[in-house]
Design a protein around this ligand. Structure first.
Ligand code: BGC
Length: 732
């Protein structure tokens, strides 16, 4: 985000005209409050939800029935800067008040959670990053930006960049997985896609990188829980995608709920001022997460709301999402000298700058004709892009005896409640879709011309329907496709789980089908890596389908029938058993790596190895890596190798380069991803491939947060996943 001199002057002139109250107003984000149909203020309703007095279902019911207060009077008084909304006509109404009825006519910044698409929902991030296709990731973000902007949303609360190593944490679904290098490439692609569209205001929005920072390191994988870590771990694992996003010019960041080493990130001047705004040079602003300023009182870091507001603003948190603490207390705090006018001005300047960069002063309204077209139908090219993204994100985990692909004329039985749930394909954080646009797996198979009988039998909750199971077993086809996994509500925010094996009776269903002599193909639909020890041992073919978005059913059918040769890879390690979590490939070495000996780092009752490693994914063809050679230049190491398609069909391989710093002043990971490329090869074709490793990427951050490169011995690995690799050593 860069402003020219004229734009900068515009911001300064505007700032010069603002009263104290108007400045405070620019720090306030509102969302529609629920009034009527309920007796308590909206804030209390939120508290009732968080302390369990009302259930999520009751909350949802109240939200959908109650009348809403859009705070028009506050907007008119210049006391609202930003609004959380996605209804385009309502947005036009609110903008009109802000632009035409306030003293200074400052437009509203309309923010919304468009995490993986608005109407055109594409795969959840943990899946899409597994395409290892940066161009695709950029294109889907551009599509989301275009749809958002058409609806009046100009600030997307994405990308979510939390590097996640613990699959118990429900929010693993929203981010690009466990690797900081892949997450950084994902971050760059997403910022380019969201922000670098044509500046005519049609297809770019302000990105909001989140959650800053280390939210995913929550102890025991429990959402919102405390985090503590060394500075080197913070810098090497959790900060890299945010640094990359800032280098691409990301406009904003959302502070995370958690405390980091004892200081909640909402009021943390070290992370917000020193690192994000100082070292990384964020030019836009920081927003709190929902209700988070108030929660600093519960954390026990502020005595009351005013104290929390003062601490947050002084720490560098510019916009208050949802608590009105800035609205209620900051003017008084400035008058009392507890927040300086410079601090307030700096926050307002950052927010106004983003509004100017977005072109909102020239063009604040939505074109209702464009909206009408969207309401009619999603653009065909958006459906196609959702399909391509879904196809590239599917991961083939197991395919014993080449069971897959199936011939279309081969009859099979389809089971699993999830197969027929079009409303479940979109994943946990999708808000603008219509069920008519979603293709469930059953319909995808039907449209592909498949011959099958369908029995739901069971889903992620509830009992097995014995009648249906009996019918599935006695059907004349010996192949059963079982769609199993998680409801979308089982991942995402506030959805941590202690048991990450297949939920409910689904494993029992698989086991009974197997015992009846059926050849079972499992298609997984889930938001987190599941512990798949039993399935990997007992089920001959497994497709990881994640929550692939509106085109899930079509993509899965194409994979099943071989019209698409799967090329997706895992962005997270999969455990065999629950107790292995957190399990990730790029762990530091111990002095006693797990082995057959008892006195090594392992479990007595579980393997130390993953069920499926990071970077893993099969194809209907096979690839062979050979002849790894390393060449050193002044600035990089070039790893050259031969990649051969040794199977019978064309395919695409994601070739991966890893390194290990064998001896350093801090214990380094056993492997670190440092480059990758998607390579398509015809059956039988081989190609000489070179992947570069920049020397400037071979160092690490020490415990002062300083980047160091230490000469010495390095191991360089290449392969199709993080475990099966060729290796060569080089001394630098
Ligand atoms: C989530 C954020 C989200 C915000 C606004 C919070 O509960 O943590 O990721 O952007 O709500 O909806």
């Amino acid at each position: 985000m860069k402003l020219n001199n004229e734009q900068k002057k515009f911001v300064e002139d505007l700032l010069g005209k603002m009263t104290l109250e108007e400045k405070v107003g620019q720090l306030n984000q509102e969302s529609p409050s629920i009034v009527g149909g309920f007796d308590v203020p909206f804030e209390e309703l939120i508290e009732m939800l968080t302390d369990g007095r009302i259930s999520q279902e009751e909350f949802g019911r109240i939200m959908s029935n109650a009348t809403r207060d859009y705070h028009e009077d506050d907007i008119r008084a210049g006391m609202v800067s930003s609004f959380l909304e996605s209804d385009p006509r309502k947005i036009n109404e609110l903008q009109k008040i802000a632009v035409e009825e306030t003293r200074l006519g400052i437009p509203l910044l309309i923010g919304f959670d468009v995490i993986h698409g608005l109407s055109s929902v594409y795969p959840i991030a943990i899946a899409e990053a597994g395409s290892f296709d940066d161009e695709l990731m950029e294109k889907t973000a551009r599509m989301a930006a275009k749809e958002s902007r058409a609806h009046g949303v100009c600030w997307n609360f994405a990308p979510m960049l939390d590097v996640a190593r613990d699959s118990r944490w429900g929010r693993v679904s929203e981010g690009p997985g466990e690797d900081p290098f892949l997450a950084s490439r994902f971050a760059r692609a997403k910022i380019r896609g969201l922000q670098n569209g044509s500046k005519k205001g049609e297809d770019y929005v302000a990105a909001c990188t989140k959650h800053f920072v280390a939210y995913s390191a929550c102890e025991a994988g429990r959402d919102y829980n405390t985090t503590s870590m060394s500075i080197s771990q913070l810098y090497n694992v959790y900060l890299p995608p945010f640094r990359a996003a800032m280098e691409e010019g990301a406009c904003s960041a959302m502070a995370s709920f958690n405390d980091l080493n004892g200081v909640p990130c909402t009021v943390n001047p070290y992370t917000l001022r020193d690192i994000l705004k100082g070292e990384f040079g964020l030019e836009g602003f920081v927003v709190s997460d929902a209700n988070a300023i108030k929660e600093c009182v519960t954390h026990g870091i502020a005595e009351d709301n005013m104290d929390a507001g003062i601490k947050a603003l002084n720490a560098g948190l510019d916009i208050d999402m949802g608590t009105r603490i800035y609205y209620n207390h900051i003017a008084e705090a400035v008058k009392a000298g507890k927040v300086s006018m410079e601090t307030l001005d700096e926050a307002v300047r950052r927010i106004l700058s983003v509004k100017v960069w977005l072109g909102l002063f020239e063009n604040p309204y939505v074109d209702e004709a464009v909206i009408a077209a969207y309401e009619e139908s999603i653009p065909a090219e958006h459906r196609e892009l959702c399909l391509k993204a879904a196809e590239e994100s599917v991961v083939l985990l197991k395919n014993e005896d080449d069971i897959l692909p199936l011939r279309k004329d081969k009859k099979f039985t389809l089971v699993g409640e999830l197969a027929d749930r079009a409303d479940e394909v979109v994943g946990a954080w999708a808000l603008g879709w219509k069920v008519e646009d979603c293709v469930c797996i059953k319909d995808g198979l039907k449209e592909a011309g498949a011959q099958f009988d369908y029995y739901p039998v069971c889903g992620p909750e509830g009992e097995i329907n014995e009648e249906e199971l009996k019918a599935a077993i006695s059907s004349d086809s010996d192949i059963v496709i079982a769609v199993v996994g998680e409801y979308k509500s089982m991942s995402g925010e506030a959805s941590s789980k202690a048991d990450i094996t297949l939920p409910g009776q689904q494993r029992k269903m698989l086991s009974e089908l197997k015992a009846a002599g059926k050849t079972v193909i499992a298609v997984l639909m889930n938001g987190r890596p599941l512990a798949l020890g039993w399935e990997a041992e007992n089920i001959p073919a497994i497709i990881e389908g994640w929550h692939l978005g509106i085109q899930m059913g079509t993509a899965i059918a194409k994979v099943i029938f071989g019209e698409i040769n799967p090329s997706g890879k895992l962005t997270s390690t999969f455990s065999s058993m629950n107790g292995q979590e957190p399990l990730y490939y790029n762990h530091p070495n111990t002095g006693r790596p797990g082995s057959k000996s008892k006195f090594t780092s392992k479990y007595l009752d579980a393997p130390v190895e993953p069920c499926f490693p990071f970077g893993y994914g099969l194809s209907y063809t096979s690839f062979e890596y050979s002849d790894l050679k390393l060449t050193e230049t002044d600035s990089e190491i070039q790893a050259s190798f031969t990649l051969k398609n040794t199977g019978k069909c064309d395919g695409t391989e994601v070739a991966q380069l890893y390194m290990q710093d064998v001896c350093a002043t801090l214990v380094r990971p056993v492997k670190e991803l440092k480059n990758y490329a998607r390579i398509s090869l015809a059956a039988g074709e081989s190609r000489q491939v070179t992947l570069d490793l920049k020397k400037s990427d071979m160092g690490f951050y020490d415990n002062q947060g300083k980047y160091v490169f230490e000469n010495g011995l390095f191991r360089i690995y290449v392969g199709g996943n993080s475990a099966d690799v060729l290796m060569e050593e080089i001394r630098i």
